[in-house]
Design a protein around this ligand. Structure first.
Ligand SMILES: Nc1ncnc2c1ncn2[C@@H]1O[C@H](COP(=O)(O)OP(=O)(O)O)[C@@H](O)[C@H]1O
Ligand SMILES: [Mg+2]
Length: 310
C-alpha cells in the first residue's frame, strides 16, 4: 500500500474512531483533503534523494564552563502524559515508538539515505495549543530513553517558552543569547538533565525581536553549526505555529525534517492546508494527528506520513 493510501486510510480510521477532523464547507473539503495528501506525497518522494554529509562548520569555540544540569520532575511529567523511564510500556510510549522510527532513520542516515540536515527536526503546527510542546518533549524523551543517541530539545517557541515552568529549566543563557551575543558558545547554553541522553537548549533572554530572530542569518548559521557539530545527535525544535508568525516558515525552510502536529478536535482542514502550503518546499513533512481529548483509554496520536507502515 502506498504512503498516500496509508495516509488516507489512517485519516478515515481516525474519523471512524471518533477523532474530529473538522471539515470546512463541503465545496472546499475534498480539495483540502487532496491538497494535504499531495503535500505528503511530494515530501515522501524527496526523502529518496541521498545527500552527502556536510563539512563541519568553522565556528568552534571550546567551552571552559562545566555544563549545568537540572533534575526533571519525572513523576509530575508522567502525570501530565509524558514518557518517563519508569513507564516505558504505556500507550503514549507505544505511539511515539512508531512516530520516531522514520525520524531517526532520516536523521542518522540508516539504510544509506542521509537527509540533508536530517538531524534538525522541527515540531510545529498551524496554530497555538495543538500540542507542539507535548509532542516535542515526548519525542525527545522517547528517543533519549530507547536509543543509543543523544537528543537536544530546543525551546524554540521563543515568545512562549515552556521549559522554565514545564521542566524547571533556566531561561538563559539559551537560543536568543546565541543569536545576539558573540561571547556565548553553544556548549555554554546546553543544560544536562537526569535523563542521561537528553539535553536542553532554553529559549534564552527575552529580546524585543525574539520571534524575528528565528528568521535571521544568525539563526541559519547557528542551525548549520548545530547540524554539523552535533551530527550524531537528534535536535528537536519546539517551534512557533506556522500561521501565527512568518518567521516559523523561514525556520522550517532550514530544517531537515518537520513534524506537523494537527489537533484532531480543533484544527480545520483549511488551516492544515494553509499551514502545509507555507512549508511546501520542505523535503520531509511528517503529519501527526493529536487527539488530546482525554478518553477512558487515555490519549492517542494518529500518525501518517513518510513510510508510516514500515
Ligand atoms: N495528546 C495529549 N494528551 C494529553 N495532553 C495533551 C496532549 N496534547 C496536548 N496536551 C496538552 O494540551 C495543552 C496544549 O498543548 P501544548 O503542547 O502546550 O500546545 P502548543 O505547544 O502547540 O501550544 C498542554 O497542557 C498539553 O500538555
Ligand atoms: Mg508550546
Amino acid at each position: 500500500m502506498s504512503t498516500i493510501e496509508q495516509a488516507a486510510r489512517r485519516l478515515e480510521e481516525l474519523r471512524r474512531a471518533g477523532a474530529d477532523v473538522p471539515d470546512k464547507p463541503a465545496a472546499h473539503a475534498a480539495a483540502s483533503a487532496d491538497a494535504v495528501v499531495r503535500a505528503i506525497d511530494l515530501h515522501r518522494d524527496a526523502v529518496r534523494t541521498a545527500v552527502p554529509s556536510e563539512e563541519p562548520s568553522a565556528r568552534r569555540v571550546p567551552s571552559s564552563h562545566p555544563q549545568p544540569r537540572i533534575e526533571l520532575d519525572l513523576p509530575r511529567l508522567r502525570e501530565l502524559g509524558f514518557i518517563t523511564p519508569d513507564a516505558p510500556m504505556n500507550q503514549i510510549a507505544d505511539e511515539f515508538r512508531v512516530v520516531k522510527r522514520p525520524i531517526i532513520r532520516n536523521a542518522l542516515g540508516k539504510e544509506g539515505i542521509r537527509v540533508k540536515n536530517g538531524n534538525l527536526v522541527m515540531v510545529t503546527s498551524a496554530l497555538p495549543g495543538e500540542g507542539k510542546t507535548f509532542t516535542s518533549l515526548n519525542l525527545a524523551l522517547s528517543i533519549a530513553l530507547e536509543y543509543d543517541n543523544t537528543v537536544l530539545l530546543v525551546d524554540g517557541d521563543v515568545a512562549h517558552p515552556t521549559m522554565p515552568t514545564l521542566l524547571g529549566a533556566p531561561t538563559s543563557p539559551g537560543l536568543l543569547d546565541l543569536l545576539t551575543r558573540d561571547d556565548v558558545d553553544v556548549a555554554d547554553a546546553l543544560v544536562k538533565t537526569n535523563v542521561e541522553k537528553l539535553s536542553l537548549l532554553p529559549s534564552g533572554s527575552r529580546h524585543r525581536r525574539s520571534t524575528e530572530l528565528l528568521a535571521s542569518e544568525q539563526m541559519a548559521s547557528l542551525l548549520r553549526e548545530l547540524a554539523t557539530r552535533y551530527s550524531d545527535r537528534i535536535i528537536v525544535f519546539d517551534s512557533p505555529p506556522l500561521l501565527a508568525t512568518t518567521e516559523a516558515r523561514v525556520l522550517a525552510s532550514l530544517m531537515g525534517q518537520i513534524v506537523m502536529v494537527v489537533a484532531a478536535d480543533s484544527t480545520s482542514q483549511h488551516a492544515v492546508t494553509q499551514a502545509l502550503a507555507t512549508i511546501e518546499n520542505c523535503e520531509i513533512v511528517l503529519m501527526m494527528l493529536n487527539k488530546s481529548r482525554r478518553t477512558d483509554v487515555g490519549t492517542y496520536y494518529g500518525y501518517y506520513g513518510d513510510d508510516a507502515g514500515r
